[in-house]
Write a new protein. Structure first.
Length: 28
């Protein structure tokens, strides 16, 4: 469970980072 949960958290963090970058690009 720990490993799966950790992977999920990492994936969510990556998605959040990508969304932030896209937002910056769209609305600098």
């Amino acid at each position: 469970l720990s490993d799966a949960k950790g992977d999920g958290a990492t994936y969510i963090d990556m998605m959040r980072h990508n969304v932030r970058e896209l937002t910056k690009a769209l609305a600098p």
